[in-house]
Design a protein around this ligand. Sequence first.
Ligand code: ZN
Ligand code: ZN
Length: 416
Amino acid sequence: MAQTHYEQVAQVESYEVHLRKKSRRGKQIQDMRDADVHELWERIQKIGRNDPCWCNSREKYKRCHLNRSQEEPLRSYEYIKVMRKFFDKGYCLHPEAGPTACIGPIVRAHTVSKSGSLNRIARDGHVYSFSSAQNLSKGELIAPSLIGVRHASTFTGFCKRHDNITFEPIERYPFLSSPQQAFLLGYRTLCHELFIKKASVELVFPYQRRNLDRGKSVQEQIMIQYQIHYLDQGSTIGLRDLVHYKSAYDKALLAQDFSNIFYYVIRLSNTPDFLCSAPHMPDSDFEGNVLQNIADTSIVVDHLTFSLIATGSGGAIVFSWHGKSDAAEQLVKSLHSLPDQALPHAIVRFTFEYFENVFVSPKWWEELNDPARQRLLQRQWAGLPSTGHIPECLLDDGLQVVNWTVVSRETNLSLL
Ligand SMILES: [Zn+2]
Ligand SMILES: [Zn+2]
């Protein structure tokens, strides 16, 4: 099924925004930027035709940036076509993937379940996507766009057989807060993140380095190359962490051993007005305490995964992680200390502050008042490297835009 042009653009923008948001771990490097740019500018003035190019491409200057400013500028349709190709490159992420184990085509897997969840909040088969909520080049906040549920949050990271056998317990059965189901929700979103990061590091950044600054002035070339460099570094570190986590998840999956899975589930009597599924590096908790320094690139930071799903009887907010994690535990503890009536609003703050893999009921979004919508868009903006999150970002800001009722809290941590 072909996508509309609009959906394609939305998807491309989503990766761009995604990469920028996820490059927070490269932020330290960014602080050096001004001095670097100046130094580089001086160096370019003296560079010889046969010297290695200043952009670190390992090409000679004459074959790389010498005539870049005279090249044909990159057209957006050309860019979109290439990005589509990169992110549609299908392969199977199952730990046993291989020519004999994989059966059937690579499928378009949803990180937020389509039949179980997205269809419940869609209007005429569409939901709002925040992935394109920012016009970064202009630095403006713009409205999110409607996308077809068929394309919402999909990735081509599993063959048909492995998708079926791996995710059957969450696709075909009611969510019962079993460690296995909590694990699988987390596993799928980790795989999605890894899929995007891998395509970015291996395909997108090399392409961008060669093409994004065609026809631009030397100053612009420097800025663009630096931008790509930061994003690349952040993504490379992120990918390293994800590979580390996925290998632990793979072992649990193969052994069907979920004894190291921790989960915290909040059940709602209502279908949530928006849905989300994403990995998270907890940097601060719901009380404003700092949990870990995610800018420290010398360590593998603690992760957890977060899912907001629709269920047969309403909805569920699911936090899960594999192995002991002080940061994850502390985040959940600070959430757990909130009374029932405060929990849904805390989840609104958390979702909009940290994630762009969010899909929103058109009815709910359109019925919000304008200040509320602006506040949520500002939170979507907050994760960018230029702004970042403040430790107090999850404290109560008085915004109450959902009326979900908490039914129960379920966990295998010793909190209750
Ligand atoms: Zn170059
Ligand atoms: Zn497979």
